[in-house]
Design a protein around this ligand. Structure first.
Ligand code: ASP
Length: 309
């Protein structure tokens, strides 16, 4: 039995505000655990988790694996380069074969939006979405909101701008859903070619002006340009993109307040954010990475049906 309103974490759109608050409360407890000299608890020692990654990942995969190991789960890893999917096996067959080995939870990253919804209808294990194409990346949004809340307190009424490649970003969509659930005002900012046409129907403000958006916001989430998903040219060159949509230290110094800067990683230093900004006091980029482990521990623990101690 899951203590969340759902058996799976497929997307932020599928969970409630109560779920988000419970995940945060549980993550607060796990933050304490991961800062102890002995960072391990036995909570999931009877649980086996498969990390199934059909797309490259560095930090998300490491973060999930650390979270699982700190909860004492048994962990198996499976990635597309070594998988039989490249030999023509279907997704359900691949995952069912893994489950036949008595796996309880599947953390999956897949390039197809909706792959997790499809899988959840066909297999009997908790599914956690670690990114489905350009659709959702729910644990990233949870760790982003958790990190903002740690820095700025209650997010109700706070103004957050998400800057850059909204069109190809799963981080953007999950962040919009999560921040709005928490009562924040969300704006997206980028070149018209990188903003989906009907994005305002999600209740977000739309802007093409970075300087004005930085004046408006309390925090800016700088997204990476997803070159690997761009078949067409959406802007003349990275240099020109960066001149219009990259945040620099002089820009921040001109503001009459101190805003918070975040980035889901991997950073392209000098494109969406300069090194000086990434490494400044205003940046919470490394806090996001640290908090990611606690958030993922909380999600796994709650989905496994463990009570909040
Ligand atoms: N790591 C994030 C993701 O998997 C963001 C990025 O790759 O730009 O979507």
């Amino acid at each position: 039995m899951s203590l969340l309103s759902t058996k799976h974490l497929l997307g932020i759109n599928d969970i409630t505000l109560d779920d988000i608050n419970l995940i945060f409360k549980t993550a607060d407890n796990f933050m304490e655990v991961i800062n102890r000299p002995i960072k391990k608890v036995p909570s999931l020692r009877d649980i086996t988790i498969a990390n199934v990654f059909f797309e490259n990942s560095t930090r998300t995969k490491i973060s999930f694996e650390l979270a699982e190991k700190r909860l004492s789960a048994d962990v198996v890893n499976f990635s597309s380069s070594s998988s039989s999917v490249t030999k023509g096996e279907t997704l359900i067959d691949t995952v069912n074969n893994i489950l036949a080995m008595k796996v309880d939870m599947v953390v999956m990253r897949h390039p197809a939006p909706g792959a997790h919804q499809f899988l959840a209808r066909h297999i009997d294990a908790n599914i956690i979405n670690a990114g489905d194409g350009t659709h959702e990346h729910p644990t990233q949004a949870l760790l982003d909101a958790f990190s903002l809340r740690q820095k700025m307190g209650d997010l109700n009424g706070k103004k957050i701008v998400i800057v850059g490649d909204i069109l190809h970003s799963r981080v953007a969509l999950s962040n919009i859903y999560c921040l709005q659930r928490l009562g924040a005002k969300v704006r997206v900012c980028g070149p018209p070619t990188l903003l989906p046409k009907h994005i305002s129907s999600l209740g977000v403000e739309v802007s093409h002006n970075l300087k004005e958006s930085l004046t408006w916001c309390d925090a800016a989430n700088m997204l990476r340009i997803q070159l690997e998903r761009q078949e067409d040219k959406y802007f003349p060159s990275l240099r020109e993109y960066s001149l219009q949509y990259g945040v620099t230290l002089p820009m921040l110094e001109k503001l009459d307040k101190e805003i918070v800067l975040m980035h889901p990683g991997p950073i392209n230093r000098g494109v969406e954010i300069t090194s000086e900004v990434a490494d400044s006091e205003q940046s919470i980029i490394l806090n996001q990475v640290e908090n990611g482990v606690a958030i993922r521990m909380a999600v796994l623990y709650l989905l496994a049906g463990k009570a909040n101690d």
